[in-house]
Ligand binder design. Structure first.
Ligand code: BG6
Length: 482
């Protein structure tokens, strides 16, 4: 990391996201030596009036989760890096105090270079983003004459539709320049999502095949085997399309479908992603299936007559030379039969099949993002033995087997490190965000107005049967085995 003081300020420090994701990610970075310089300090900020030790006690359980006790020394050293400041999100006193604390630490630690870097992580609901950003801008910016920076990390949801997202972008954009704003979509930090560009553009196999002549459909699927679990209030306002599809799955779609960027520079990659989003044609209503699991409205924070989907399958179509006619099927659901996220690229049938093996299934390449990261290809081979018969088999790259002993970093860990390094490749640019909302806003408004009713499905099932029927109509052929 560059030299100079680094202050990481976690706003919303006593909240769920900070406890479960932000602090554990910072701790993992610390353990790997990234935050061990004496010039790094962490500040928690929130409204709750608690002491430094109270905050430390609140997060310690999340830090040691899954971590062997031999790391307990690291835990206590890490906790000593954290101080807590309490204050509101829209009045100056708290932010003045925060600035005083950060400046005092900077003076104490100032490095030879004397520059100071301030990273503000907003683990907060978006309703307070504008006021918090204004307070940071007015009272907490890096003031060193010797260089450094101030950066802001924001979490989704960035708005609820095109207008609200644009409004939020404008408000934040008036205070900070785009290179200072890091919009996190944590799917972009997942190992196999980061592998997509390498897989597609560093392998001769895929280059000539990755198009409408060979690929019949692409599915990007997210399943969870639990419901909204205490987040009903938040979830009901957003629904599965805003929670998962419009951001996480659409980002994955961009990386699967984009053209090769001219270089690996973040801006060049993001340019190509925007082009894909801008080529998506309006969603047809008959290519959408919505579901809501039975019992969803039992949550006291969810209204009894809620129309919010907890499941959706939506087909997107990209109008360009590479993808015309190929359905991109985005599917996400809560309370389903398994927890899995994967990309499934299904190829067309082999023309003039002499083995009569097509019924066994088509060629597929599957990229399993989680759990148990893997890339596998389904192909037809001769059934071993005396007969000339065929069978579907797999070429399988299972990460746990192939890369034994290698720890795959958590998405948040990687993304926070990127923000410190100033690499925006895996963050969502403003024009990307706009294009993503343009795709889904008409559908979302239709749902909000009650023009679509989700079908009920049983928790622990595959979701509504209509979704499988839609897949079939889109030409997807169910395959066996994996
Ligand atoms: C979050 C959603 O963005 O992603 C949650 O708000 C969802 O509803 C979570 O559970 C899934 O993330 P992961 O990394 O567990 O797939």
């Amino acid at each position: 990391l560059e030299a100079g003081c680094l202050s990481i300020i976690v706003l919303g420090a006593s909240g769920d996201l900070a406890k479960k994701k932000t602090f554990p990610a910072l701790f993992n970075l610390y353990r790997q030596g990234f935050l061990q310089s004496s010039e790094v300090h962490i500040f928690g900020y929130a409204r709750t009036k608690i002491s430094d030790d109270d905050l430390r006690n609140r997060i310690i359980g999340y830090l040691i989760q899954g971590t062997a006790s031999e790391h307990s020394e690291d835990v206590s050293k890490f906790l000593q890096l954290i101080n807590y400041v309490s204050g509101s999100y829209d009045t100056e006193e708290g932010f003045r105090l925060l600035d005083k604390e950060i400046s005092a630490y900077e003076q104490l630690k100032n490095s030879v270079e004397g520059s100071s870097r301030r990273l503000f992580y907003l683990a907060l609901p978006p309703s307070v983003y504008p006021s918090v950003c204004k307070m940071i801008k007015d009272y907490c910016m890096n003031k060193s004459d010797l260089g450094g920076w101030t950066r802001i990390v924001v979490e989704k949801p960035f708005g609820k539709d095109l207008d609200s997202a644009e409004k939020l972008s404008t408000q934040i954009g008036e205070l900070f320049d785009e290179p200072q704003i890091y919009r996190i979509d944590h799917y972009l930090g997942k190992e196999l999502v980061q592998n997509l560009l390498v897989l597609r553009f560093a392998n001769r196999f895929f280059l000539p095949l990755w198009n409408r002549d060979n690929i019949d459909s692409v599915q990007i699927v997210f399943r969870e085997d639990f419901g909204t679990e205490g987040r009903g209030g938040y979830f009901d306002e957003y629904g599965i399309i805003r929670d998962i599809i419009q951001n996480h799955l659409l980002q994955v779609l961009c990386l699967v479908a984009m053209e090769k960027p001219i270089s690996l520079q973040p801006e060049r990659i993001r340019d190509e992603k925007v082009k894909v989003l801008q080529s998506v044609i309006p969603i047809k209503r008959e290519e959408v299936v919505l579901g809501q699991y039975e019992g969803y409205t039992d949550d006291p924070t969810v209204p009894d007559n809620s129309n919010t989907p907890t499941f959706a399958t939506v087909i997107l179509r990209i109008h360009n030379e590479r993808w015309e006619g190929v359905p991109f099927i985005l599917k996400a659901g809560k309370a389903l039969n398994s927890r899995k996220a994967e990309i499934r690229v299904q190829f067309k049938e082999v023309p003039g099949d002499i083995f009569k093996c097509q019924k066994q299934g088509r060629n597929e390449i599957v990229i399993r993002l989680q759990p148990l990261e893997a890339i596998y290809m389904k192909l037809t081979v001769k059934q071993p033995g005396l007969e000339m018969s065929t069978v579907q088999s797999e070429l399988d790259l299972s990460y746990r087997q192939r890369y034994q002993g290698v720890t795959i970093p958590e998405a948040y860990e990687r993304l926070i490190l990127d923000t410190i390094r100033g690499d925006q490749q895996h963050f969502v640019r403003r024009d990307e965000l706009k294009a993503a909302w343009e795709i889904f806003t008409p559908l979302l408004h239709g749902i909000d107005k009650g023009e679509f009713k989700p079908t009920t499905y049983k928790p622990g099932s595959r979701g509504p049967v209509e979704a499988d029927e839609l897949l079939e109509r889109a030409g997807y052929v169910q395959t066996h085995g994996y």
